[in-house]
Design a protein around this ligand. Structure first.
Ligand SMILES: Cc1ncc(COP(=O)(O)O)c(C=O)c1O
Length: 398
C-alpha cells in the first residue's frame, strides 16, 4: 500500500528547533558531549508552590474535562493579571485558555484567515508563526530587520506593508529569536500607523513578558487606536518555567474569542484541569520566583555577551529580553571547514554541531538566513564551555 499524505503536511516545514534538538540527541547517543543551545525553554523546574497547587487540585477532584475556553478560576486570574500587570481591562468571556500559546496562535489563524489574506509578520520571527499562517492558505508578508537596528521594524516598513488584504499583524515583544523588546514609544508609532487601517487586527505575543532586563514590558494593547482590535497572547511556559504544562491564553475581542473557542471545542477541548487550577495560583501569588529566574537570565546574557566579544564573523545586538542571542554570522558564508563549505545559516548550524558539538538553530527558519539562534537557557558552566567551542569553530574557518 502506498500511503498518500496530504498536500498540507507535505508542504509544512518541520519545526527547525525540534529538528535541531533531534540532531543533537543523535550525536549525544553516539557518545559525543553535546551542548544544546537550541531549545526555547527555561532550564529551571516549575516553582514548588505551583507543583503543590497542582497536587492539591488533583486530590480535590480537578481531574475532569474543563470548559472549552478555560476554568472560570483561571480566566478570572488572567483578567486580574492583565489589569494588574498591563492595566488592560477584559471581561472573562474575552479570555480563551489553550494548550500553550502556540495553540492560541493556531486558533487565531484558523479563526481569521482565508486563502488570499495577508498577515504582516515582523522578522526575525518565532518559527511557528509562518507555518501556522501558511497552513490556512494566507500569505506571510515578512518585514525584515537587521542586527544594526536591534532587529526592530520601523513604522515606515509597517506602513508600506499594510494593504486591504492585511488581516492582522503579528509580532512578539520580547522577541524570540532576537531578544529585542519594543519600547512604549515604538509601539505607539505602530498604533498611530494602524489608525489609518481600521480593519487590521493586531496579534501581540507577550509570552516573554516577565523576562525583560531594562525598563518595563509594554503591550501595544494599551493604545486607544488599537485597544479594541488587539489580541494579546501570553502563557505560563516562559515566565513560570511551565513549558510542559501546555498552558497559554489569549485576550481578544469577543467575537474572536468565541470563534477560537469554537475551533478548540472541535479539536482539543479545554486545557488540563489541575494545570489550570495551579496556573491560576501561579498568576495570583506574590512570589519572587519569576524575578529570581529573570536575574539569572540577565547574568547569563551579560556573561554570553562578554564571552562572544571578538569572535570573528559574529555581530550581536544587546538583547533586552527573553533568553536568546541572535548573532549575524553572514560574513562567515563562503568560508569552509574540513572541506565543507558554509553558505547559509543551516550549513553553519550543522557544521557547528558536527565539529564542536554545540547545537544552535539556523536563522533561516526565523526569517533571517544571516543569523543563528543561541539559547542561553542553560548553566553558566555549559555556557562557558560552549562559548569556547564557538570561538574555536569560527577561528578555524578558512
Ligand atoms: C514567541 C513565542 N510565542 C509562543 C511560544 C509558544 O509557547 P507555548 O509553550 O505557550 O506554546 C513560544 C515558544 O517557544 C515563543 O517563543
Amino acid at each position: 500500500m502506498q500511503i498518500r499524505l496530504s498536500n498540507t503536511v507535505n508542504n509544512l516545514v518541520e519545526s527547525a528547533t525540534i529538528k535541531m534538538a533531534q540532531m543533537a540527541r543523535d550525536f549525544k547517543s553516539k557518545g559525543h558531549d553535546v551542548i544544546s543551545l537550541s531549545l526555547g525553554e527555561p532550564d529551571f523546574d516549575t516553582p514548588g508552590f505551583i507543583i503543590d497547587a497542582a497536587h492539591e487540585a488533583m486530590k480535590s477532584g480537578y481531574t475532569h474535562y474543563t470548559p472549552v475556553p478555560g476554568l472560570v478560576e483561571f480566566r478570572e486570574a488572567i483578567v486580574k493579571k492583565l489589569k494588574r500587570d498591563n492595566n488592560l481591562d477584559y471581561d472573562i468571556n474575552q479570555i480563551v485558555v489553550s494548550n500553550g500559546a502556540k495553540q492560541c496562535i493556531y486558533n487565531i489563524a484558523q479563526a481569521l484567515l482565508d486563502k488570499g489574506d495577508e498577515v504582516v509578520i515582523f522578522a526575525p520571527y518565532w518559527v511557528s508563526y509562518s507555518a501556522i499562517v501558511e497552513l490556512t492558505g494566507a500569505k506571510v508578508i515578512g518585514l525584515n530587520s537587521e542586527v544594526q537596528d536591534d532587529y526592530k521594524v520601523t513604522a515606515d516598513q509597517l506602513k508600506n506593508a499594510l494593504s486591504d488584504k492585511t488581516k492582522f499583524i503579528l509580532f512578539s515583544s520580547p522577541c524570540n529569536p532576537t531578544g529585542s523588546v519594543y519600547t512604549k514609544e515604538e509601539l505607539g508609532t505602530f498604533a498611530k500607523i494602524l489608525e489609518g487601517y481600521p480593519d487590521v487586527l493586531v496579534v501581540s505575543d507577550e509570552i516573554y513578558e516577565y523576562i525583560v532586563f531594562e525598563g518595563e514590558h509594554q503591550s501595544i494593547a494599551q493604545f486607544e487606536q488599537v485597544k479594541h482590535r488587539t489580541i494579546v497572547v501570553n502563557g505560563m511556559s516562559k515566565g513560570f518555567a511551565m513549558t510542559g504544562w501546555r498552558l497559554g491564553y489569549m485576550a481578544a475581542p469577543l467575537p474572536i474569542a468565541k470563534a477560537c473557542a469554537k475551533i478548540q471545542g472541535q479539536v482539543t477541548s479545554g486545557a488540563t484541569s489541575f494545570g489550570q487550577k495551579a496556573a491560576a495560583i501561579a498568576l495570583l501569588t506574590e512570589s519572587n520566583e519569576k524575578a529570581k529566574m529573570k536575574a539569572i537570565f540577565k547574568n547569563r546574557r551579560d556573561l554570553m555577551l562578554e564571552l562572544m566579544n571578538g569572535i570573528p564573523h559574529m555581530l550581536l545586538n544587546i538583547p533586552n529580553g527573553a533568553f536568546y542571542l541572535f548573532p549575524d554570522v553572514s560574513s562567515a558564508y563562503g568560508k569552509s571547514l574540513n572541506g565543507k563549505s558554509i553558505n547559509n545559516s543551516q550549513d553553519l548550524a550543522e557544521a557547528l554541531l558536527s565539529e564542536e558539538f554545540v547545537a544552535t538553530v539556523a536563522g533561516a527558519s526565523f526569517g533571517n538566513d544571516n543569523c543563528i539562534r543561541i539559547s542561553y537557557a542553560t548553566s553558566e558552566n555549559q555556557l562557558i564551555e560552549a562559548a569556547k567551542r564557538i570561538r574555536r569553530f569560527f577561528e578555524k574557518l578558512k
